[in-house]
Each structure stands twice: as structure tokens, then as C-alpha cells.
Design a protein around this ligand. Structure first.
Ligand SMILES: [Zn+2]
Length: 219
């Protein structure tokens, strides 16, 4: 827990030694953290930041795993549909193409951006940020890519897409012969790895490592 008992003498501290709670704006002395520890706001309980062990190596492994899953998740069949003797295999990419060809170009572009383009750009930004820290090169570009990543975060909507797929599966199962494909497994895997990556890549540690304040994040 962050120590706020000495709030009266905060004015004597430099900005680097202070931290403000994102939720309730309480100003505190920044507590030093050991591996695996996290700091919480004493007033509202919000997690201020955490210090994860081997954050760069673990995040790199997760980014690479997510990138490996990206191709099969988007281009392998999510489901196979057998209706009146006709069999079709649907992938995320074929869904985008299908929308485009049925005169719904606007929807096709939005689906393409939110389910394919933005998730890939997010992963590539994360990869470049991590590599710039791990190899200690191009920190300026690393900062730029990390800022871009934060702008893109809200536009990758894989979880919304997964909900859509699940609803479609439930609805279609009544009217057609449906079998699930390997693409769905990869898609769920991609989603889980991305969530795990977001939790692992502690922003506080990444920003500090990018600004060259700490060498510890490279461990
Ligand atoms: Zn708070």
C-alpha cells in the first residue's frame, strides 16, 4: 500500500517522487516497489502501478505468441456451415469480403479495421516498443510507438467480435448443420494472449524503461 501518512511535507519532494491516483486524485509519495509488488491508493484502493518480474521478456514472448496466432485466427475457418446441401467455410477475412461484396462497404471497412487491422497494428507497436527496450536502440521511436499503441487500444475490438461469433453460432445452430473450425480456437487463443499481454506489460514500467530511467525493466 502507498504511504500517505506524510502528506503534509509533500511540497518538499520533487515531482519524480510523487504519484497521483488516477481515480480519486490523491497525491502521494511514490513508494519503492520490489519484484511482484503493487502499489494501491490508500483512499480508494485503485492499483497505482505494479512492478512485474522480467516484464520485457515475458511481454515479448506473449507478443510473439499473439502474432503467431494472428494468421490462423483470421484466415482459418471459424465455422463450417452446411445448409440445404451447400457447405461453406467462414473465416474472419471471408466475412469482411462477404460484407464488401454485398454492398455494405462501410460496414466491411469498420469490421476490417476493428477486427483485423487495429489488433495487428497494436501488436506490432508493442513488439517494436519491447524490442527498442530489449536491444536499447531507438528509444525515441519506442516512445512514439507506445503513444500510438495507447491511441489504438480502444479501437481493437476482438472481444466484441467474439461475442458476435458466439451469437451467430447459437442462432445458426438451429437452422443449419454447424461445425466449429480451428480458426475459432486460434481466435480465442489470440484474445486470451492479448489480455494476458495487457496485464503483463505494466505501463508504469514500460514508460520508465523507455525514458531510460530504469535499467531494471530489461531484466
Ligand atoms: Zn485513489
Amino acid at each position: 500500500m502507498a504511504d500517505s501518512a506524510d502528506t503534509h511535507d509533500l511540497s518538499t519532494l520533487s515531482l519524480d517522487e510523487l504519484v497521483a491516483c488516477h481515480e480519486c486524485d490523491l497525491l502521494m509519495r511514490r513508494p519503492p516497489l520490489a519484484d511482484g509488488e503493487r502499489a494501491e491508493c490508500p483512499r480508494c484502493g485503485y492499483e497505482l502501478y505494479s512492478h512485474r518480474h522480467q516484464v520485457i521478456r515475458r511481454s515479448l514472448a506473449l507478443v510473439l505468441a499473439a502474432l503467431l496466432l494472428y494468421i490462423p485466427a483470421n484466415f482459418l475457418p471459424i465455422m463450417q456451415l452446411n445448409l440445404l446441401g451447400q457447405t461453406t467455410e467462414d473465416t474472419i477475412w471471408s466475412g469482411v469480403v462477404g460484407l464488401y461484396e454485398s454492398d455494405m462497404q462501410g460496414v466491411a471497412v469498420v469490421v476490417f479495421l476493428c477486427s483485423m487491422a487495429v489488433p495487428l497494428l497494436k501488436l506490432l507497436c508493442q513488439l517494436l516498443v519491447l524490442l527498442s527496450i530489449a536491444w536499447d536502440i531507438g528509444r525515441g521511436y519506442g516512445l512514439l510507438f507506445y503513444r500510438i499503441y495507447h491511441h489504438l487500444r480502444d479501437w481493437g475490438m476482438l472481444e466484441v467480435y467474439l461475442m458476435g461469433i458466439l451469437v451467430a453460432i447459437v442462432k445458426l445452430a438451429d437452422i443449419a448443420d454447424l461445425s466449429l473450425g480451428i480458426g475459432l480456437l486460434c481466435f480465442v487463443g489470440l484474445l486470451l494472449v492479448q489480455v494476458w499481454l495487457e496485464v503483463t506489460m505494466s505501463p508504469h514500467q514500460i514508460w520508465r524503461a523507455l525514458s531510460g530511467e530504469d535499467a531494471y525493466a530489461r531484466d
